[in-house]
Design a protein around this ligand. Structure first.
Ligand SMILES: [Cu+2]
Length: 151
């Protein structure tokens, strides 16, 4: 069984047992204010050669972490939970403000700029098995990033 864990500048790459590999890069979490109970995590995800589904997330910094999608319908911004997001092999899925994101709800404490947040992403393979991939995300202010407001 091949297993490798490689630290990137801001993220992790983990090889699955079957040789499939998913790479998570540029992971960041939007900084939160003291009264704020929710924020979002964003990153780039790429599966080398396996069709995977992002089916969930976990973290210790909030009560709930779930996959959300934000989109504009008839000029109205809508955000809600999605059951799964498909990863097409060889293509990069970008979680970004205004699109898919990992929603962190029920924050246990404010997330200050510069802090590192440990997340886990849950990927379901074609075999139906769910693998957990650890990700380290850096807390950053939203205005340091391109893209629209989160909420
Ligand atoms: Cu959300």
């Amino acid at each position: 069984m091949k297993k490798q864990v490689m630290a990137l500048a801001l993220g992790w790459a983990t090889a699955f047992a079957a040789g499939a590999e998913v790479t998570v890069s540029e992971a960041w979490v939007r900084a939160s204010l003291p009264q704020q109970r929710a924020t979002g995590a964003f990153m780039k995800i790429r599966s080398a050669d396996e069709r995977l589904r992002l089916v969930g997330a976990a973290t210790g910094v909030a009560e709930v972490a779930e996959i959300h999608e934000m989109r504009i319908e008839n000029d109205i911004v809508r955000m809600g939970r999605v059951g799964a997001v498909e990863l097409v092999p060889g293509e990069t899925l970008e979680l970004r403000p205004g699109g898919y994101h990992v929603m962190l709800m029920g924050l246990h404490e404010p997330l200050a700029v510069g802090r590192e947040v440990a997340l886990e992403l849950l990927f379901e393979g074609a075999d139906g098995v769910v693998r957990r991939v650890p990700v380290t995300a850096l807390v950053q202010p939203l205005n340091a990033r391109p893209g629209s407001h989160h909420r």
